[in-house]
Write a protein of this length. Structure first.
Length: 255
């Protein structure tokens, strides 16, 4: 009996140990706070695919961008301190008026409520621009809007990559083209402080950068051109726009 009891105790201990080891692995996938769990908790089903919290957040961001950048663009056109600022303002008005029509249509189809006023930070930016004049105004206009576009540009890219909703995916594509066009126009003013933007990005970065070693001063060997192996028949063509220009000729949104 003692042998049997001892054996039973050993078996019971082994079972308990295996259970303790297996439990964290089994429970991890269902534990709240994990990426898949958060995605599932924040998503709702639609006929165009799941609509996540990040998808809804993008709709709000696109709407908010237009609510403050259209008046900022109009102010630039009316004050027109230089032709470059006026051109950038013109692109802001045209681009965000178009995007606003698109985002309102998508939001209506998906049942997402949109804001009707810029947020406090954006209202503060508009007040800064209104109070400024001369060269100070021009620099504030170029840099406030360039920084704002840079932040939303990365948000659009993340949603474009991960969304499972076809309406949101198309809106992200359209927004990407518009924002890149605006970035290009703002940089064309020659007033964007790239050092300040880079320092701001470095301050929020958490991962160490990786890539080739720093240049040694000598010209590196020229890499061979990349292309298909052999004679391949293709029909598509590269973008016809010259460097520094972005094609924003998109079809009218489907309301």
């Amino acid at each position: 009996m003692r042998r049997i009891n001892g054996t039973a105790l050993i078996i019971a201990a082994l079972v308990a140990t295996l259970g303790a080891l297996a439990f964290p692995l089994w429970s991890y996938a269902d534990r709240s706070g994990t990426g898949p769990a958060n995605l599932a908790a924040g998503s709702v089903a639609t006929q165009w695919g799941p609509l996540s919290a990040a998808d809804r957040d993008l709709l709000v961001k696109v709407r908010l961008a237009g609510l403050w950048e259209i008046p900022a663009g109009q102010q630039a056109v009316e004050r027109a301190p230089t032709e470059a600022i006026k051109e950038a303002g013109d692109h802001l008005i045209v681009g965000h008026t178009d995007l606003d029509k698109r985002v309102r249509g998508v939001a209506a189809q998906l049942g997402v409520e949109l804001p009707n006023q810029p947020n406090p930070q954006q209202q503060g930016w508009l007040e800064e621009l209104t109070a400024a004049s001369g060269q100070t105004y021009q620099r504030k206009f170029a840099n406030l809007l360039r920084v704002s576009h840079g932040k939303v540009f990365s948000a659009i890219a993340q949603v474009r990559d991960s969304t499972r909703n076809t309406l949101v995916r198309q809106l992200a594509t359209d927004s990407n083209q518009t924002v890149l066009d605006h970035i290009t126009m703002l940089e064309a003013t020659g007033l964007v402080d790239f050092d300040d933007i880079a320092n701001g990005g470095a301050a929020t970065a958490t991962a160490s950068p990786s890539g080739p070693p720093p240049p040694s001063g000598e010209r590196p060997p020229e890499p061979p051109p990349a292309g298909p192996d052999g004679d391949v028949s293709t029909t598509s063509r590269p973008s016809p726009a010259p460097p520094g220009e972005v094609n924003t000729d998109r079809p009218e949104p489907q309301m």
